[in-house]
Design a protein around this ligand. Structure first.
Ligand code: BDR
Ligand code: CA
Length: 318
């Protein structure tokens, strides 16, 4: 039976690639896609979620949730938004149909988890704002979620937003702390593993062709990501952090994970948003999450490519 998932996203080219993979994967039942501010503003994130789902036109339309403004003291760093441009999708300018009214993301999360107790995996691919709000709104929710899989944090590598912080955690450290400390079952997929996967230009030879919705969509959004990575990091390839986190949901056998005790720094002068792990021989804190620390790189890349080919209506080659 397909695994029920809620995808919480701040699209973001890598969120969009993850959506493209997930919406056509027979192993996943995407019950909702909820927007959160991060790579772009909350309003833009909501618009992007609608536009992406409409552009891809999946066999089953998920429920959509709207991003709300962050708390006044939560800073989404404008400089962090630069990688994919101000609209998050490299200026792809996707059309969006007029929509009635979308429920706030945290309400959609609460409703879906309540309707499917113990059966939902929340795949958190942006700042943890919505998940924390859902947990605050319904304090029983953490124990009713099957698992929360989080793309974020770093254990033994440097951050990508500050020397110590990964972007999703840095955007809303208070929310991340709420989720980390909650009673939910969690898997963290940190930069330590997502940084190891790079897609190079060869990907364009393996994507579905331009005549398919997925092929046309991916060819619209990916070139800007390659430009962003070259300009900002001098790289001739891109990371797809969010898609790698999704691979940990779909193919956990390709990852090696450890039980760890993790928390988030919320007030450090230099270290706000840092994920902190008690790695002492005998940790004083109790293990509260599974943390992916290694992966089978080539196999993960192959699964990603084949999943994107499937989105274009073509089963994976070879
Ligand atoms: C994470 O931050 C965002 O830029 C990406 O979409 C991803 O979720 C990587 O640190
Ligand atoms: Ca993201």
């Amino acid at each position: 039976m397909a695994r029920k998932v809620i995808l919480d996203v701040d699209p973001g080219v890598d969120d969009a690639v993850a959506l493209c993979f997930a919406l056509f994967n027979p192993g996943l039942d995407v019950v909702a896609v909820t927007a959160v501010g991060g790579n772009c503003s909350p309003i833009q994130a909501t618009r992007n979620v609608q536009a992406i789902v409409e552009a891809l036109d999946p066999p089953r339309f998920p429920r959509l949730g709207a991003a709300s403004d962050p708390e006044p003291d939560v800073g989404l760093p404008p400089e962090g938004r630069g990688l994919y441009g101000p609209d998050g999708l490299g200026g792809a300018d996707l059309p969006v149909a007029e929509r009635q009214h979308l429920m706030p993301s945290e309400k959609v999360i609460c409703d879906q988890v309540r309707a499917n107790p113990d059966a939902i995996t929340i795949v958190a691919l942006g700042p943890l704002t919505n998940i924390a709000r859902a947990f605050q709104r319904d304090p029983e929710l953490p124990s009713l979620v099957g698992r929360v899989v989080i793309a974020g944090g770093c254990v033994a590598v440097s951050g990508n937003c500050s020397p110590t912080a990964e972007f999703n955690i840095f955007c809303d450290p208070g929310a991340a702390r709420t989720v980390f400390r909650s009673a939910s079952t969690k898997t963290l997929v940190p930069l330590d593993v997502t940084n190891r996967v790079t897609l190079d230009f060869d990907i364009f030879n393996r994507l579905p062709d331009e005549t398919t919705r997925a092929g046309s969509f991916l060819r619209k959004i990916l070139p800007s990501a390659f430009r962003g990575y070259r300009q900002r990091f001098g790289m001739e390839g891109i990371h797809v952090h969010d898609t790698v986190a999704l691979m940990a949901v779909c193919y956990p056998e390709l990852f090696a994970a450890n039980e760890m005790a993790g928390d988030v720094e919320t007030m450090g002068e230099l270290t706000t948003g840092m994920t902190v792990f008690d790695r002492r021989r005998i940790p004083v804190r109790r293990f509260n999450m599974e943390v992916a620390m290694n992966l089978e790189k080539e196999a993960v890349i192959e699964k990603i490519v084949r999943g994107l080919q499937r989105a274009g209506g073509r089963e994976g080659e070879g």
